[in-house]
Design a protein around this ligand. Structure first.
Ligand code: MRU
Length: 325
């Protein structure tokens, strides 16, 4: 697996994902500004990975301010600053709040950040273990964006299910949506899966319904950036359309995500903030552009949510399901 992010000698080292697949370059982030910039520019991206990067940003802030009498105030400022980098993925504020609780009780900030990182690796393996059971031998799967090792500490969420099935010897085919406008599917998912020996074919986003109609697609698996209490799920723009097409073709549509991606304070997806990004990502000329980076797939289009604790099938009972686990 790739080392998407690592902590070494007081700095986070990340693969610059904006350069993949043409160039594999590691960048060093040793200031809070550099961490925030890397998140904002999508040098590191994917909900769990940006949570980990932000946690490492808090370690850097702590080292800078720990001898300041007002260090808790400085740390709270760092939380606000890092949280403002990307609004949709709840894993970012989840990780920041978790670190802030440790700061408030005078605990070990670096230990907590490394714990978040190590836990994510284990969580991804468990998601893979549960999700693999949904994949039959010779299955053909569509995925969207990149919910792989590059979006987590390692192994991924949606792609964890695929890796796990592949490691069990199940022969698979994957169609990776290119994922306009920043091409996380064609640049990142294709790169990750092909280097693991998984048969991957890139399609443009607008080809998915045609592929469903003309090929035998067994299931769709995608990641998530925030899941509301009723199961409505925000993920990369285009996911909603893919779910509608899957419903029309009676293809099971699964979301794979850690429990940290659930935001049970939100009753429905209508309350999820949707990040809007620069027009320059869509066109290279001057024009009026609307560029939402995420959309919300309503729960009724989702067959189940694969988590580290198992698969949630009854999305009307998410809160009680999670509290019992
Ligand atoms: O804008 P991105 O590349 O950060 O969007 C990423 C996604 O939408 C992923 O599907 C999601 O974060 C889950 S990653 C395990």
């Amino acid at each position: 697996m790739v080392k998407t992010i690592e902590w070494k000698n007081g700095a986070a080292y990340i693969i610059d994902q904006t350069l993949l697949p043409k160039k594999y370059k590691i960048i060093k982030c040793d200031t809070v500004l550099k961490i925030r910039t890397a998140i904002k520019k999508l040098q590191i991206r994917g909900a769990p990975a940006i949570g980990i990067a932000a946690a490492f940003g808090m370690v850097i802030a702590y080292e800078k301010f720990k001898n300041d009498p007002d260090y808790k105030h400085e740390m709270r400022e760092a939380v606000k600053y890092l949280a403002s980098s990307r609004p949709t993925a709840v894993n970012l504020s989840w990780a920041l709040n978790r670190i802030m609780k440790v700061v408030d009780r005078g605990g070990d900030v670096k230990k907590e950040a490394l714990k978040i990182f190590e836990e994510d690796k284990k969580i991804c393996r468990l998601i893979g273990k549960h999700g693999e059971k949904l994949i039959q031998k010779n299955a053909t799967i569509i995925t969207h964006c990149n919910a792989g090792g590059l979006a987590t500490a390692d192994y991924g969420t949606a792609l964890a299910c695929i890796y796990s099935a592949h490691e069990k010897g199940k022969k698979l085919k994957v169609f990776a949506d290119e994922t306009r406008p920043l091409l996380q599917g064609s640049r990142l998912t294709n790169w990750e899966l092909t280097r693991s020996g998984i048969d991957t074919t890139i399609i443009c986003d607008n080809m998915a319904a045609h592929v469903m109609e003309t090929r035998k697609i067994d299931l769709v698996i995608v990641g998530a950036d925030r899941i509301a209490a009723n199961g409505d799920t925000a993920n990369k723009i285009g996911t909603y359309g893919l779910a509608l097409a899957a419903k029309a073709h009676k293809i099971p549509f699964y979301v794979a995500a850690p429990i940290s991606t659930f935001d049970l304070k939100l009753k429905s997806g209508k309350q999820i903030p949707i990040e809007e990004r620069s027009s320059k990502e869509v066109v290279k000329f001057k024009a009026k552009v609307y560029n939402p980076a995420f959309d919300v797939t309503p729960a009724n289009l989702i067959t189940g949510i694969i988590t580290e604790k198992g698969i949630i099938k009854n999305l009307k009972k998410i809160t009680s399901w999670i509290s019992k686990k």
